[in-house]
Each structure stands twice: as structure tokens, then as C-alpha cells.
Design a protein around this ligand. Structure first.
Ligand SMILES: Cc1cc2nc3c(=O)[nH]c(=O)nc-3n(C[C@H](O)[C@H](O)[C@H](O)COP(=O)(O)OP(=O)(O)OC[C@H]3O[C@@H](n4cnc5c(N)ncnc54)[C@H](O)[C@@H]3O)c2cc1C
Length: 376
């Protein structure tokens, strides 16, 4: 008899899981709280930076080849501008891809949704994971948040993240993205701009350890600082916790996507890892692969990035200026654009040399316990 599988959430991980389960003749029920496929419910652009996935050279080709999605980007990222308080660097090359998230018909969600042919979508359903776990053989937790993983006792928060952003209108280069590092408004996270087109883009401020109230204050500071001629359209905000799980399985539940710690603890990028974790859960349930093996790359990469996060959390604005100096070196430019050198390995070793030595022995939060033990 076929296994009965419920997927909680029709986001990146949930859709990926359903699409891959169908390849093995399993047709899950997919519970989606919204009345449509829409990610977090609002349209915004996404950046996929190739350098974060090495030794995978091209994450889009990797996903399309491995799973057969045929996802098309909005544009390629050909230029990255990074700005710290007193420094900036521009890097040119084939740097990655721009995609859309949300209900827009061109979004990555809307591109994968039609590939799922026979599964049963249950829209506008507020799924209760305890009931699903009783009613089905397996539950794939793909709800995009971490609270339920925590309820199952499996979640460790590394970064209590919060994000606020807006659709903005102005004159833009559709292949250039911007990142700002500045503790005055972004604490130890960053702000970024990813265009939709030459007239429209998403401006986003990622923050750590803040709330709705603090997020609005930091956002206003960022907008005051930004000397761009733009018109601000719809504003969105959402919690964005980053962390890792102890176990990926709890009873008959498998955690995937953001609920399984797929977001990286440095930039909070999580699309590619969430696609992979959904595919891996499907292979696991169909007896065609091992979930832990299939997701090993992202787990190990994120562990290294937790080390990086531990040091970046101590950065002063001067340290961010020094980081930009490092990014200006010919060695970094060559590494970023002309080689396939594993950037995460390098930065996880190098980052401690950038921190103001007076602060280098400060330990900020217990979530990095495991990383500290590994370093000893
Ligand atoms: C503002 C923002 C910007 C981002 N930018 C980037 C980026 O530039 N690059 C990048 O790689 N990543 C980025 N990410 C991260 C990326 O979006 C996530 O890593 C990825 O979407 C996680 O996939 P997921 O399937 O776990 O969750 P999601 O894609 O969020 O899907 C979760 C789904 O579950 C549904 N759901 C929630 N609760 C329930 C419930 N109780 N019952 C039923 N359904 C439920 C939701 O409605 C949603 O459809 C960004 C995230 C945000 C919020």
C-alpha cells in the first residue's frame, strides 16, 4: 500500500517535496494556509549568489539538472556593490541570479506549482501538525517558520532575525544588486537591494534580535541614510529566525526548508537549500535516498557560517570597512569571479582576523556553543 503523506506548507520545500514524491508514485495532500501559492504572501525579489554554494558552481543549473524544475530567473546578477560606512566595492562578473518570490506568476513558487500534477492541494487550510501526524503515515513540515520545530523540541535559534522591506520605484540597473553593512541601522546584519527591472526593485533590511517596533526604527534610519531618489511602495515585515535542528525527524514528522534550518546564518539565504531539503525528504520517504546524506552539504556549510556569524556579531563599523578592503583585493575578486574556490571555507577561517581584537573574546549568545566547542 502507498504511504499517506501530508505536507504542511506549499512553499519552496513543500512544492519541491510534492514534485519529487510524484516521481515515485506518491501523491501527497498539501495543506496550505493561504488561498494560493504565494510564499510569505507578498512579492519580492530574491538573490541567489553563486559564491555561497561552492563547490556547486551554478545553483540554478544544479537544481534544474538534479530535479528537473526548469526554473527561469528574472535576470542574472552581473554586478554587486557592497557599501560599508566609509568604504565600498564593486564586483563584476557572473555572480548569480535574480528570482521572484510571492504570488506573481513569474515567481519561483509559480514556476514549480504547475509541475505538480496529481497531488491534492488543500488551500486555506490551517493545518494542525499533531492532527496530521495522527492521520497520515508521514508529515513533511514545510511551513517556513521555526516555532513548530521548537514545539517538537528540535530547534536551536542562532539568530533571532527580523526583516522589513519595501517595493521601491526609481531608475535601476536590472543586473546590479547592492548590499549595505552598517551597524547604525542594520546591526550586524545588512540591507540589500535586488531589482525586478530598470524601474522597480525590492529594498530589504535584515535585522538581528529586534522586533516589529525596533524594526520600524531601524528601517527609518536606513531610509534616512540612503541617498537614492526612490518612491517607496508596499512595505512588508516578517520574523526571520535562523538556527539549526538537533534532529530532522520527530516521530513521523520530517522537518524541511526554513523549519529545518535551511536559511544560512550569515545572509539568511535559504531558497536553494529549501529546494534540496524538499527533494531529499521525498527521496527519503520513497526509499530512494537518505535525507541526511542528501542535505549534508547545506548542514555543513551552515555550521561553518555559524562560526562566521559569531565573529560578524562583534564587528564594529571599522571592521565592516576592513571587510570591504578585503573584498577589494585582486585575490578576492579572482576567487569570486574566476575560480570555484570554496568561499565559505575561506571566510570561516579568515573572519576572526577582521574583528577588532578588543572584542574578539566576547561571547554573545549561547546558540553558538557547539561552534565554540568545535573551535577548541
Ligand atoms: C523577505 C525575505 C527575503 C528573502 N530573500 C532571500 C534571498 O534573497 N535568497 C534566498 O535564497 N532566500 C531568501 N529568503 C529565504 C527564503 O525565502 C526561504 O529560505 C524559503 O522560502 C524557505 O522555504 P520554505 O518552504 O521553508 O518556506 P516558504 O517558502 O516560506 O513556504 C512556507 C509555506 O507554508 C505555508 N504555511 C505556513 N504555516 C502554515 C500552516 N499552519 N498550515 C499550512 N500552511 C502553512 C505558508 O503560507 C507558505 O506557503 C528570503 C526570505 C524572506 C522572508
Amino acid at each position: 500500500m502507498k504511504k499517506r503523506v501530508a505536507i504542511m506548507g506549499a512553499g519552496v520545500a513543500g512544492l519541491s517535496c510534492a514534485f519529487n514524491l510524484e516521481k515515485y508514485g506518491i501523491y501527497p495532500d498539501i495543506y496550505e494556509i493561504q488561498d494560493q501559492i504565494a510564499g510569505r504572501g507578498f512579492d519580492h525579489t530574491l538573490g541567489w549568489m553563486n559564491i555561497m554554494y561552492r563547490p556547486i558552481r551554478d545553483p540554478l543549473k544544479f537544481l534544474n539538472n538534479k530535479y528537473g524544475y526548469n526554473i527561469k530567473p528574472m535576470a542574472e546578477i552581473k554586478r554587486l556593490v557592497m557599501i560599508s560606512p566609509r568604504n565600498s566595492v564593486t564586483i563584476d562578473g557572473k555572480l548569480g541570479y535574480i528570482h521572484l518570490s510571492g504570488p506573481d506568476r513569474r515567481s519561483i513558487y509559480q514556476q514549480v506549482y504547475p509541475l505538480i500534477k496529481r497531488s491534492n492541494f488543500k488551500f486555506s487550510e490551517v493545518a494542525n501538525f499533531r492532527e496530521l501526524a495522527q492521520d497520515y503515515d508521514h508529515v513533511v513540515m514545510a511551513n517556513g517558520y521555526t516555532e513548530l520545530t521548537e514545539l517538537c523540541g528540535q530547534w536551536n535559534t542562532d539568530v533571532a532575525g527580523f526583516v522589513r522591506g519595501a517595493t521601491v520605484y526609481g531608475d535601476f540597473d536590472p543586473e546590479t544588486i547592492y548590499m549595505w553593512f552598517n551597524t547604525d541601522f542594520a546591526q550586524h546584519a545588512y540591507a540589500y537591494f535586488v531589482p525586478w527591472s530598470d524601474r522597480k526593485g525590492s529594498l530589504t533590511l535584515n535585522m538581528l534580535e529586534t522586533t516589529v517596533h525596533g524594526g520600524a526604527i531601524c528601517w527609518n534610519r536606513f531610509i534616512d541614510y540612503l541617498d537614492w531618489k526612490i518612491e517607496i511602495g508596499d512595505i512588508w515585515e516578517t520574523v526571520h529566525n535562523l538556527g539549526h535542528v538537533d534532529k530532522y525527524f520527530y516521530d513521523n514528522i520530517i522537518f524541511t526548508g526554513a523549519a529545518a534550518g535551511c536559511l544560512d546564518p550569515l545572509f539568511a539565504f535559504g531558497n536553494v537549500a529549501s529546494f534540496v531539503s524538499g527533494g531529499a525528504a521525498a527521496m527519503h520517504l520513497a526509499g530512494k535516498g537518505d535525507y541526511l546524506n542528501e542535505t549534508k552539504f547545506f548542514r555543513e556549510r551552515n555550521k561553518k557560517l555559524r562560526t562566521v556569524r559569531r565573529y560578524v556579531d562583534k564587528f564594529t563599523n571599522d571592521d565592516f570597512d576592513k571587510l570591504v578592503d578585503f573584498l577589494k583585493t585582486p585575490a578576492f575578486r579572482t576567487m569570486a569571479t574566476k575560480t570555484n574556490v570554496n568561499f565559505v571555507n575561506i571566510i570561516s577561517k579568515f573572519v576572526k582576523t577582521l574583528v577588532d581584537p578588543e572584542k574578539s573574546d566576547r561571547i554573545l549568545y549561547p546558540g553558538t556553543k557547539e561552534v565554540l566547542q568545535d573551535e577548541k
